[in-house]
Design a protein around this ligand. Structure first.
Ligand code: CTP
Length: 399
């Protein structure tokens, strides 16, 4: 079931750690390569000896051993997924706020693989506002949260907060890692972020796109096994990109166009999520433009529409996805774009929806498909929206 899968299991200080012993045993039995990382507090609940015996590898817990530095960066790159089970309230808070005082936290902060957590705590802690807001922060950071169970708790009370059972965690891991095969052999081309159109050597016309939606789609496609090329405009801020994704940094709409035209021929899937400038300064100045007393008039010329050009080039079997960001007549504009640009799918963001569009970590979309389907989704994290979009792409690819 898990043959050739590399799974990093993080264990934190909670009585539920006894269930992780079973989890590690079942993963190894199912063919996974397992490495275990324990926080210092976890060692009060289960022994490294038990876990190293079951996993067949030394348990990792210190940032340094006697003679060697533990390479936390490579651990997060080695793994197909990092599952932290149980996740204690303390480690949850540290993860949410970027603290890094043990190996498990250092691996979390540098992990490029997907991260999932199975929290375990007493019911009152589970419902505490700090816990709620820390869980929200983790979700925004792209961490997948396994639901807690309801039942007998270590305190002797009964309620919500039990760690998911090993069988449930195995089921989650199987569903998640099973995905990696579904787009194997497919090539995907994604655009994301804004473009910067130069006025002179120091100024440009740009927009507020963060690139987060397109990056999440690139990661989701890569997680399902596609070979992904991401043509990325100038984005700022930290983002996690699957190391398997080929990143092609560009600045201008023209560079983005060229990068896409070169690659579209071999692509099975193309997702144009970039906020490409529609106009560019007709004659960018070679030297810095100096101010004077009068008004400044700027002549702009039209850029090439990448999505529409790919729509014209499209051959049988290629799936082409575009985005529409609208403020009025959303549905009719989205349907017009679907037809005019010969796309197979248009993902509509309405700027009238709170929590949708540029800069946010969440999005709310409606998907329109060539066959007439219209799918309305609720507000979700951009990672979850990426899963919905890629589900539809996958359905079309394999139809
Ligand atoms: N797009 C593109 N190349 C451009 C402009 C847009 O590939 N030069 C793509 C975007 O990546 C997006 C889709 O076209 O997938 C919709 O872009 P949008 O700017 O909303 O639509 P426009 O066609 O520019 O129409 P309008 O600005 O009138 O809404």
């Amino acid at each position: 079931m898990f043959r050739e899968k590399k799974i990093l299991v993080g264990i934190t200080g909670s009585i539920a750690a006894y269930k992780s012993i079973l989890l590690v045993r079942e993963l190894v039995k199912a063919g996974a390569e397992v490495k275990v990382i324990m926080t210092p507090a976890a060692r009060d609940f289960v022994t490294p000896l038990t876990l190293s015996t079951l996993s067949g590898r030394p348990v990792l817990s210190g940032l340094a051993n006697d003679d060697a530095w533990a390479n936390h960066v490579m651990l997060g790159r080695w793994a197909d997924i990092f599952i932290i089970a149980p996740l204690s309230c303390n480690t949850l808070a540290k993860m949410a706020h970027g603290q890094c005082d043990n190996l498990l936290l250092a691996v979390y902060l540098s992990a490029t693989c997907p991260v999932a957590v199975a929290p375990a705590m007493d019911e009152d802690m589970w419902h505490h506002p700090s816990t709620r807001s820390n869980l929200e922060i983790l979700a925004k950071q792209g961490v997948q949260l396994l639901p807690v169970g309801n039942g007998a708790l270590a305190s002797g009370l009964s309620g919500e907060g039990r760690m998911a059972e090993p069988a449930e965690i195995l089921g989650f891991l199987q569903a998640h890692l099973g995905k990696t095969q579904s787009l194997l052999g497919k090539r995907a081309l994604i655009t994301a972020g804004p473009t910067h159109e130069p006025l002179d050597p120091v100024r440009f016309i740009g927009n507020r796109s963060s690139g987060k939606m397109g990056i999440a789609i690139a990661n989701e496609l890569a997680a399902r096994g596609a070979a992904v090329s991401l043509v990325l405009g100038p984005v700022s801020g930290h983002f996690k990109l699957d190391p398997k994704v080929e990143k092609i940094p560009v600045e201008t709409a023209e560079q983005m166009f060229e990068a896409c035209i070169q690659r579209f021929g071999t692509a099975d899937i193309a997702v144009m999520s970039a906020a490409v400038a529609d106009y560019t300064p007709a004659q960018p100045a070679a030297e810095k433009i100096k101010k004077n007393d009068g008004a400044f008039l700027l002549e702009l010329s039209k850029t090439k529409d990448i999505l529409a050009t790919l729509g014209e080039m499209k051959r049988e079997g290629q799936v082409l996805v575009g985005f529409a960001l609208e403020t009025t007549n959303e549905k009719s504009y989205a349907l017009q774009k679907l037809e005019k640009k010969r796309a197979d799918i248009i993902v509509l963001n309405s700027l009238n929806d709170a929590g949708a569009g540029f800069g946010h970590d969440t999005n709310k979309v409606t998907i329109f498909e060539k066959g007439g389907e219209e799918l309305v989704y609720g507000q979700k994290t951009k990672q979850q929206v990426a899963v919905d979009i890629v589900d539809r792409i996958e359905k079309m690819c394999t139809a």
